[in-house]
Design a protein around this ligand. Structure first.
Ligand code: URA
Length: 241
């Protein structure tokens, strides 16, 4: 059982004070009855609560898929730059979510944003080796030797040897290449540094998959949606995938 005003406040309906005023105004209904006592405790899973006539969608966690645009940082707060959290509506930001893993400021694509710390841990902990698929444009020719080098494990500038990674060439010539890269880890600037180790530069990077979760290509850059039940179930069970 939890206080109704706290539940509504956590869902982004306003501050506790604002909710008290809304209740006094008769805007809040519990199982069909207007309630004015802001200290009322309810079980949000067993009670139908309406605010201004609309049934609330109670949940503890939210799971958002964003198509991250360039120019925003994957953080909850930043002194200079806009963050991915700044792109959320209040009703989602009210859950205090955070990005799962990081994409560089100039990287686009799939970013999961949630307030579920356990799922975050399972997806980002090095021990789970969750595959991340990127589309990349490279300033140089990419060939079989590079595919082999990725497979063997690239050694980065700090002497870290990457786990085997998959490089697939979409197109390549001396003017540049388009590739897919699948990595199992998430070191700082990893894809860019892997190519730098081969004297090549990533000029465009977009994440398109993380574990079972695939970027919804209908999402415009900078927009997001909640995960479907199937997407969430698949992500939570990614161990057996
Ligand atoms: N690798 C990078 O270099 N940058 C990203 O944003 C993600 C992976």
């Amino acid at each position: 059982m939890e206080r109704l005003d706290k539940i509504l406040s956590n869902l982004g309906y306003g501050t506790r004070k604002e909710i008290k005023a809304m209740m006094k105004n008769g805007e809040v209904e519990v199982d069909g009855q207007i309630v004015k006592d802001n200290s009322l405790k309810i079980d949000p899973y067993k009670t139908i609560v309406k605010v201004s006539g609309e049934v609330i969608n109670y949940r503890e966690f939210i799971y958002l898929m964003m198509n991250k645009p360039q120019g925003v940082v994957s953080a909850t707060f930043d002194n200079y730059d806009e963050t991915v959290i700044d792109l959320l509506d209040l009703e989602h930001a009210a859950f205090s979510p955070f990005p799962v893993g990081r994409l560089d400021k100039d990287t686009e694509g799939l970013l999961l944003i949630t307030n579920d710390g356990e799922l975050n841990h399972r997806l980002t902990s090095p021990k789970w080796h969750v595959d991340k698929l990127y589309y990349a444009e490279i300033d140089n020719q990419v060939d079989e030797k590079d595919i082999e080098a990725f497979q063997k494990g690239i050694i980065l500038d700090d002497d870290y040897k990457c786990l085997p990674a998959k490089l697939e060439i979409i197109s390549s010539n001396e003017n540049g290449s388009e590739v897919y890269v699948t990595i199992q880890e998430g070191k700082f600037h990893q894809v860019k540094r892997m190519f730098e180790a081969l004297d090549k530069n990533v000029i465009y990077l977009k994440r398109i998959r993380m574990g079972s979760l695939v970027l919804d290509e209908t999402l415009e850059e900078g927009t997001y949606r909640e995960l479907t039940e199937n997407e969430l179930a698949a992500l939570k069970g990614h161990k057996i995938q």
